[in-house]
Design a protein around this ligand. Structure first.
Ligand code: C2E
Ligand code: MG
Ligand code: MG
Length: 768
């Protein structure tokens, strides 16, 4: 039989028992049943208390003793009243009854332990919750009980001890409500049991002065029995040894608040009722309780205010703190920058910000998991925080990017700080007992004057960080809004956010660079290279905005624009009989991931009435190597369309050559890193030779990029390279430079001897 099935049956039996007791006529058998149930409940509680383990054992022992004392009182009273037919007061029964109060109260206190380490505000709450009840007890029971003092001090004292005991129980019950957040079933029953016993007790004491109650006083026995049985049920419940969770913050629950309001309202209500009844108005008592309540309330309110201000400070701290590392978070760093940018600094100092990104973070996440990666971030935070310049703010902006906000006297000082940071991070970082080696890169920006724009400063540091990624020294310094290192570091965010509008306003310009046959010396195609005629910053090269647009998914309008412009130009060249009849357009990873690209290309070809082989698409090696299913599908669809696909910047990407086997590339564009130094560098020349051989072995058309002089061109001819592109053959420029039939670009350095028969040109770079 399951426990669930037994509970309703037990409850049913208990209810039946209580009904039987209530309806039994007053007399011997009713009292016998009363004492029998009382004793059974006491035994059940005592046995449960004996079995109980853990910190709540003393609580149950005390509660069981309290119940035992009460039932003993009942038994003695029954014997005196029903058997010996005497009714002495006080008697032994009173000793047992009165012993019960402290035992029950102590049991309740132990059953609801007060929250540790917190000021006892629950005590104040308890006074407020119980104040109305206490006042009622005083006015209705205790005060009248004390009135017979002069005649019989002993009996009066004993009589007064009952309401005093009830007052203590009331306070302890209120305390248990105020101190505990959530309570178990056993604890709910315990509170109910003591509450019911106390209520029956108070009503019994009132019955001597209230005739209505007196007429039904026998029913109070049933109420007492209910209390005993509730206590036994509480002790036997499986949750009896579970310590109730203390209310951690000492916040006032809705129930407590309702009790308090009700309790306080008892004060004026008492005066009103007393005045309306025309009886004595107990102004002194009510006002005294009112004064106590005001003092308690003010103390409690003051505590709440202090707690709120502490919480406010804590929230403030959390708002600017990175929970993972304990450093400042992006908001904290921004606030610091804002302050530094606007306050006058120490003599001649300027605010500077260093953004530090970890190089190998992604690898750590992918190979060792986020747990280790988080430990790594904490360890790096430790390194950065340990030796930070005095007055510096160290923070984490997000993921693996940290920030250091400092004041410097010159940009070089900030750059030196960046190098010191890099040196510190070059050493392996101990994480979980092993040393992890992750490099770092730093973007530095220094304000030119105070006040400065903190946002712009951070933006410039971010742009410098992008530049640092491409630099061997891994540090880039942006001084004034233009980076003083390789590449441009115009405020990238501003540029990127304005890019779509710039495209819409027609600010993009497409330049073309000829691709020339190494053997025949004729221009066989042109690569479309985008520029941005920016209204503020002038003509921008693609490095200023294309990589950022690729990273942020903003590149699609650029690709569509260049595709359309290049095909329109190609159609014009074809119509005018110019040499160039094939154009190549660069596409990014985002474009390849976008399933719309194939349709865009087909539509653009149709729009300009061109066959698919008039177009070549260039994909950098790193992008081609990405193992993307969608990109692979797009590339296959483009190849099926008849568009020629070229691997751009071949040789500088990292990784396997598997993509050459998998993907339908027909053109290999060797990066200029191997072409330009090939004359002096034997290794480069050998790499070039083997790449040409590899390309041919795979049936591909090989194009060398970055040909800057005739000697290199001659070398390429010797190596059997098919085509070349570079300043020696023609710089990127307006389309008009390639208008002439046969191609007019840089013929000065073209081979003069009779060319060997050209390798079969790919339609991507050869005229159709
Ligand atoms: P890329 O596709 O490898 O383009 C060749 C780059 O090398 C061009 O730089 C060109 O000006 C430069 N170059 C050509 N010959 C020589 C030479 O003899 N010596 C040297 N030192 N450089 C030479 P550019 O125009 O700045 O373009 C840079 C990169 O920007 C391109 O590299 C390409 O990856 C990207 N890009 C350009 N236009 C677009 C575009 O429309 N869409 C996309 N997605 N990327 C583009
Ligand atoms: Mg290219
Ligand atoms: Mg290239």
């Amino acid at each position: 039989m399951t426990a669930l099935a037994t509970i309703p049956r037990t409850a049913l039996a208990v209810a039946g028992l209580l009904v039987v007791h209530a309806v039994l006529p007053v007399g011997f058998w009713r009292d016998v049943l009363y004492v029998a149930v009382g004793v059974a409940a006491t035994v059940a509680t005592a046995r449960a208390a004996r079995r109980s383990t853990g910190p709540l054992r003393p609580a149950w022992v005390l509660l069981a003793l309290g119940l035992a004392a009460w039932v003993l009182g009942d038994t003695i009273w029954t014997v005196l009243e029903r058997v010996l037919r005497t009714d002495p007061f006080p008697s032994l029964a009173d000793v047992a009854y009165l012993a019960s109060y402290p035992l029950l109260a102590a049991g309740l206190v132990k059953a609801f332990p007060a929250p540790a380490g917190r000021r006892p505000v629950w005590l104040l709450d308890a006074v407020m919750v119980a104040s109305g009840g206490l006042l009622m007890l005083w006015l209705l029971v205790l005060r009248p009980a004390l009135s017979g003092w002069a005649e019989d001090p002993v009996a009066t004292t004993v009589g007064a001890l009952y309401p005093a005991g009830d007052a203590v129980l009331l306070l302890v019950l209120a305390r248990s409500f105020a101190a505990v957040g959530t309570r178990s079933r056993a604890h709910q029953r315990t509170s109910a049991a003591v509450g019911v016993i106390m209520l029956a007790d108070v009503l019994f004491q009132l019955s001597s002065t209230w005739p209505v109650l007196d007429a039904h006083a026998y029913l109070l026995d049933t109420l007492w029995l209910l209390g005993y049985l509730l206590l036994a049920a509480a002790a036997r419940h499986p949750s009896a040894s579970r310590v109730p969770a203390p209310d951690p913050d000492g916040e006032l629950s809705g129930v407590n608040l309702a009790f308090m309001i009700g309790s306080v309202c008892v004060l004026p209500a008492t005066l009103i009722v007393e005045a309306l009844r025309g009886g004595p108005v107990h102004l002194v008592e009510v006002c005294s309780v009112g004064v106590v309540l005001i003092v308690v309330f003010m103390t409690r309110f003051g505590g709440l205010l202090r707690q709120m201000s502490r919480q406010h400070a804590r929230l403030d701290h959390l708002a600017v703190t990175d929970p993972l590392t304990g450093l400042a978070n992006a908001t904290g760093v921004a606030r610091r920058l804002e302050r530094a940018a606007h306050e006058p600094g120490a003599d001649g100092t300027l605010p500077a910000v260093l953004l530090v990104a970890l190089d190998g973070y992604r690898d750590v996440v992918e190979t060792l998991g986020y747990g280790v990666a988080d430990d790594l971030l904490r360890a790096v935070a430790g390194v950065l925080g340990r030796d930070a310049e005095p007055g510096a703010t160290v923070g984490r902006m997000g993921r693996d990017v940290f920030a250091l906000a400092i004041d410097v006297t010159a940009p070089e000082e900030a750059e030196a700080a960046a190098r010191r940071l890099l040196d510190r991070l070059a050493a392996p970082v101990p994480v979980r007992g092993t040393d992890l080696a992750v490099g770092a890169l730093v973007g530095v920006a220094v304000a030119t004057a105070r006040p400065a724009s903190a946002e712009a400063l951070a933006g410039r540091a971010d742009a410098a960080l992008s530049v640092a990624r491409g630099l061997p020294e891994r540090v880039a310094l942006d001084r004034t809004g233009g980076c003083d290192r390789a590449g441009s570091a115009l405020p990238e965010a501003d540029l990127l956010l304005g890019l779509a509008a710039g495209v819409a306003r027609g600010e993009l310009v497409v330049h073309y660079q000829p691709v020339t046959s190494v053997h025949g010396g004729t221009v066989i195609g042109a690569e479309a290279l985008v520029r941005w005629q920016h209204p503020e910053h002038g003509l921008l090269g693609p490095v200023a905005f294309v990589p950022g647009a690729e990273r942020t998914g903003l590149v699609r309008p650029v690709t569509l624009y260049v595709l359309d412009a290049a095909l329109a130009q190609c159609a014009r060249w074809r119509a005018t009989g110019a040499a160039v009849s094939v154009v190549s357009v660069n596409v990014s990873a985002h474009d390849l991931d976008d399933p719309r690209l194939v349709g865009d290309v087909r539509a653009a070809l149709d729009r300009h009435g061109l066959p698919a082989d008039a177009l070549g698409l260039e994909v950098t090696e790193t992008m081609a190597m990405r193992d993307g299913v969608r990109a692979e599908r797009t590339l296959r669809a483009l190849a099926d369309l008849g568009v020629q696909l070229a691997v751009d910047d071949y040789g500088v990407g990292y990784g396997s050559l598997d993509y050459l086997r998998r993907l339908p590339f027909t053109v290999l564009k060797v990066d200029r890193a191997f072409v330009a130094p090939a004359l002096e560098d034997r290794v480069c020349a050998e790499i070039l030779r083997s790449t040409v051989d590899l390309g041919h072995a795979l049936g591909m058309h090989v194009v060398a990029e970055g040909v800057e002089d005739a000697a290199t061109l001659a070398l390429l001819r010797d190596l059997g390279c098919d085509a070349a592109q570079g300043w020696a053959l023609g710089r990127p420029g307006p389309a008009s430079a390639l208008d002439a039939p046969g191609g007019a670009a840089a013929p000065a350095v073209l081979p003069t001897q009779a060319d060997a028969p050209a390798a079969p040109a790919s339609p991507a770079t050869a005229p159709a």
